[in-house]
Design a protein around this ligand. Structure first.
Ligand SMILES: [Zn+2]
Length: 241
C-alpha cells in the first residue's frame, strides 16, 4: 500500500505542477489582453487626434480661400476706382475698399489664430516617453514576447499532461477516481502527511487507533475530517513539485 501512496504522492506533484503552469498561462493571457487593449486605445486616441487636426486644417484652408477671394475682390474694386468719374461713385467705392480691407485684416487674424492652435495642439500631442507610434511599437514587441512565452507554457502543460496520463496507468482505477475527486475539491492537495495525530491537510486530529495503523503503512487511510489520503510523516513521500 505504501507503493500506491508513493505513486499518489508523485501524481499530486505532477498535478500541482500542471496547476501552477495553468495559472501562469492564465496570467500571461490576462497580460496579453491588457496589452491588446492598450494598443487599441492608442490607435483610437491617434485616430481621434488626427480627425481633430484634420478639422482644424480644413477650417484653415477655408479661411485662406476666403482671404484669397477677398483680396482679388479688393483689387477689382481698386481697379474700378481708377476709372470712376463722379465724386459720389468714388466715395462709395472707397468705402467698399475699406470694408474689404477690414475683412481681409480679420481673416488674416483668424488664420494666425488657427495656425497657433494647430501648433499648440501638435505640441500637446507629443508624448514625453516618445511618440504614440513608438509606444505602439514597444507594446507590440511585448505582445510578441508574451505570445512566445504563452506558447512555451502551453507546450509544457501538454507535456506534463502526457506524463500524467502515462503515470496514472499504474494506479488502480477506484483509487484514482477518489484521488481525482479530492484534487478537484481540495484545492489540488489530496495526499497529506499526518504528524502527532494531526492531519496536515485540514489540521484536525485523527483517532489514535488510525494513527497507529498509519505507521504500519499497509493500508490506505483517510482523514475523517477532510477525507484526504493521509500517511505517517516519517515516510517522507514526495508530494510536492
Ligand atoms: Zn484532514
Amino acid at each position: 500500500m505504501l507503493e500506491t501512496l508513493k505513486e499518489l504522492g508523485k501524481l499530486q506533484a505532477i498535478d500541482l505542477e500542471i496547476k501552477n503552469l495553468k495559472e501562469k498561462e492564465e496570467k500571461e493571457k490576462e497580460r496579453l489582453y491588457e496589452i491588446g487593449n492598450k494598443i487599441k486605445k492608442i490607435k483610437e486616441e491617434e485616430a481621434t487626434f488626427q480627425n481633430y487636426l484634420g478639422l482644424i486644417e480644413t477650417k484653415k484652408r477655408q479661411l485662406e480661400n476666403e482671404l484669397k477671394q477677398m483680396e482679388s475682390d479688393k483689387e477689382k474694386s481698386q481697379e474700378k476706382a481708377v476709372r470712376i468719374k463722379t465724386d459720389e461713385e468714388y466715395h462709395a467705392i472707397l468705402t467698399e475698399i475699406e470694408t474689404k480691407k477690414k475683412i481681409i485684416g480679420d481673416l488674416e487674424e483668424q488664420i494666425l489664430e488657427i495656425i497657433e492652435k494647430l501648433e499648440s495642439t501638435k505640441k500637446q500631442h507629443e508624448n514625453p516617453d516618445g511618440t504614440l507610434k513608438d509606444l505602439e511599437t514597444e507594446l507590440q514587441k511585448i505582445r510578441e514576447a508574451l505570445g512566445d512565452k504563452q506558447q512555451d507554457l502551453h507546450l509544457q502543460i501538454s507535456n506534463k499532461a502526457k506524463e500524467r496520463e502515462a503515470f496514472t496507468k499504474h494506479i488502480p482505477s477506484d483509487i484514482l477516481s477518489q484521488y481525482n475527486l479530492l484534487i478537484t475539491n481540495r484545492n489540488g492537495i489530496a495526499v497529506v502527511p499526518c504528524k502527532d495525530t494531526i492531519c496536515h491537510g485540514c489540521f484536525m486530529g485523527i483517532p489514535h487507533q488510525i494513527y497507529n495503523q498509519l505507521k504500519r503503512g499497509d493500508k490506505l487511510h483517510f482523514c475523517p475530517s477532510c477525507q484526504r489520503f493521509i500517511y505517517y510523516y516519517e515516510f517522507e513521500l514526495s508530494t510536492m513539485p
